[in-house]
Design a protein around this ligand. Structure first.
Ligand SMILES: Nc1nc2c(ncn2[C@@H]2O[C@H](COP(=O)(O)OP(=O)(O)OP(=O)(O)O)[C@@H](O)[C@H]2O)c(=O)[nH]1
Length: 533
């Protein structure tokens, strides 16, 4: 049994103890007025508290929801009615098959602040009624038998009692933070134990190889195991296969990142094209100023939103126009617009169907061509105030203000054909829209959502959410040590090779929380939790 001091909270605990010194309670739902609130109690006194609170002579049946009247401790001088706290749905989950691995009680009470406060006061009072109200904990300090939980303490106890490993803990944290469908899907695979099973299988395989290497080292002289023999070569083949799956897994995490952190989408185009109007339609609110004055947007306007289940960071930029026609402030705005487009995953070029100034046309065209890496006339550098390395971008055209066309049926096909040729963009990537009339917006959004799916290139795989901590351990510890194993093995250096395998296995132990050097790791993992979880 190992004691893990937690640097985040300063509390030490043993992993593997079925009960902790104190019983903890907390409001697990959000603070504030609501229809319902859930108060959770975990620890060895929770069942007694529930019995006293419900004035029930027998323990409540496990895992059964029952409607009970909750009573305050008999200390009130008010009328008997004041002893009634609430009528609540109560649940009892006995240890060890509960979230924390301890006895847990859940009280689903009415969500008014006064109700919640009164019930929590009563939990505390009932808990402290017992003769052994305080306990001496390992450090020699006295700890209250019943107290309000620290952030993440329920989950921390679940980890301490082997109810979950660290990847599941991080998955729970991901579920709490998930804002989009993609984030939820990525988090549930970790919370549901998929990552734990995968990493444990890697570790088991490594331990098997490690045992084999130890045997080769110890018994090579007896002739049972030999580094020139097939067992050694089998372990090399096994390790390279494992390394390749670990590298694939790591790449998949990186590709998932784009969807989890948010797809960067930039709006680019000439002044007055309707970029801010389109941003407002995407955001369903007035996030950017819309004005008839060209050049209204001087700086980057960035908003976070959800499109079709994907997190998107949408950027509205200053309209592009010739440097010779503008002042310093606008020129800087245009530089920033180009930078934002260069950094974006997808660029929507907003081009008005009726161009007010043909000069802007050339500026916008050249910028879009550059973004697509189709080369620009190297002599044309009038607007290129701040050249920078650009990567090929997915560019989609929103052909706006189609409501201004005299005869859109006739004019649109000609315009689309012309833009497609000039910008080397497929006609399927040009969407006629009208921000004023709301025409074509849904089709554009749907196309964007479909293209986000392709960005991560995950095929039919679901995105994987892994914390930076996990990614770093895989990238900096697991993969390099397996690569070093293969190098040593090539040189027939069994001793060094064997050390690398053990190092890799230990690094995986750090991912799941089975390593003995866990203080810092635990501090990082639990510091992001809220109270009640
Ligand atoms: N007729 C028509 N007018 C539009 C449409 N979309 C935007 N406008 C108008 O065009 C003007 C400029 O719109 P904005 O959204 O501010 O354009 P912008 O591209 O952000 O402009 P800058 O900030 O100058 O770069 C405003 O008067 C809008 O009401 C449209 O689809 N049809």
């Amino acid at each position: 049994m190992v004691i893990y001091p937690l640097s985040a909270s300063g509390i030490s605990f043993r992993r593997g103890l079925s009960t902790s010194a104190s019983t903890i309670y907390a409001l697990s739902t959000a603070q504030g007025r609501a229809a319902l609130a859930v108060i959770r109690i975990s620890g060895r006194r929770s069942q007694k508290i529930l019995q006293r609170m419900t004035r029930s002579s027998k323990p409540l049946p496990p895992r059964t929801a029952s409607l009970r009247r909750l009573y305050a401790p008999r200390v009130t001088t008010l009328a008997p009615a004041s002893e009634i706290l609430d009528d609540a749905l109560t649940l009892f989950f006995p240890a060890p098959k509960s979230y924390t691995g301890e006895d847990i009680v859940e009280l689903h009470v009415h969500g008014g602040r006064a109700v919640v406060n009164a019930v929590m006061d009563a939990v505390c009072a009932y808990g402290r009624e017992a003769e052994d109200a305080n306990t001496l904990i390992e450090s020699g300090e006295v700890e209250a038998q019943v107290r309000y939980a620290n952030p993440g303490e329920f989950t921390r106890r679940a980890y301490a009692n082997f109810r979950m490993d660290l990847t599941e803990v991080e998955g729970v944290s991901g579920m709490i933070d998930a804002e989009t469908e993609t984030q939820r899907i990525a988090a549930i695979s970790a919370a549901g134990g998929y990552m734990r099973r995968l990493y444990n299988s890697w570790q088991a395989e490594l331990l098997e190889i490690s045992a084999l290497m130890a045997a080769i080292i110890d018994f090579s002289e007896e002739g049972y195991f030999d580094k020139s023999g097939s067992l050694f070569h089998d372990s090399i083949t096994q390790t390279s296969k494992l390394l390749s799956s670990i590298q694939k897994h790591s790449e998949k995490i990186e590709r998932s990142e784009i969807l989890l952190a948010g797809v960067k989408l930039a709006l680019l185009g000439p002044p007055n094209a309707g970029k801010s109007s389109l941003l407002n339609l995407f955001a369903r609110r007035d996030a950017a100023i819309v004005s008839t004055t060209p050049g209204t947007t001087r700086d980057i306007v960035e908003i976070g939103l959800e499109l079709g289940g994907y997190k998107v960071v949408l950027t509205d930029t200053a309209g592009l126009r010739l440097a010779s026609t503008i002042g310093d402030v606008e020129a800087e705005g245009i530089n920033r617009a180009k930078r934002a487009s260069a950094e974006a995953d997808v660029v929507v070029a907003v081009i008005p169907a009726v161009m007010e100034d043909p000069q802007w046309h050339k500026v916008v065209r050249d910028e879009i061509l550059t973004l697509q890496q189709i080369g620009v006339d190297p002599n044309f550098d009038d607007y290129r105030m701040d050249p920078m390395p650009l990567q090929g971008k997915k560019v989609i055209v929103a052909l706006n203000k189609t409501d201004l066309l005299q005869d859109s049926k006739l004019e649109l096909p000609v315009l689309i054909n012309q833009i497609s040729k000039e910008l080397s963009i497929s006609e399927d990537h040009i969407f006629p829209i009208s921000c004023v009339e709301g025409e074509g917006i849904d089709e554009l959004m749907q196309f964007l959502v479909n293209s986000f799916e392709g960005l991560a290139d995950l095929g039919s795989d679901v995105p994987i959410g892994a914390s930076t901590r996990v990614q770093e351990i895989i990238r900096n510890d697991v993969v390099p040590s397996l690569q070093r194993f293969l190098e040593h093995a090539q040189d027939d250096d069994v001793v060094f090779a064997s050390e690398e395998i053990r190092y890799a296995a230990d690094a995986i132990g750090k991912i799941t929380g089975q390593s003995t050097e866990m203080e810092d790791v635990l501090g990082v993992v639990f510091s992001r939790f809220c109270v009640g979880k």
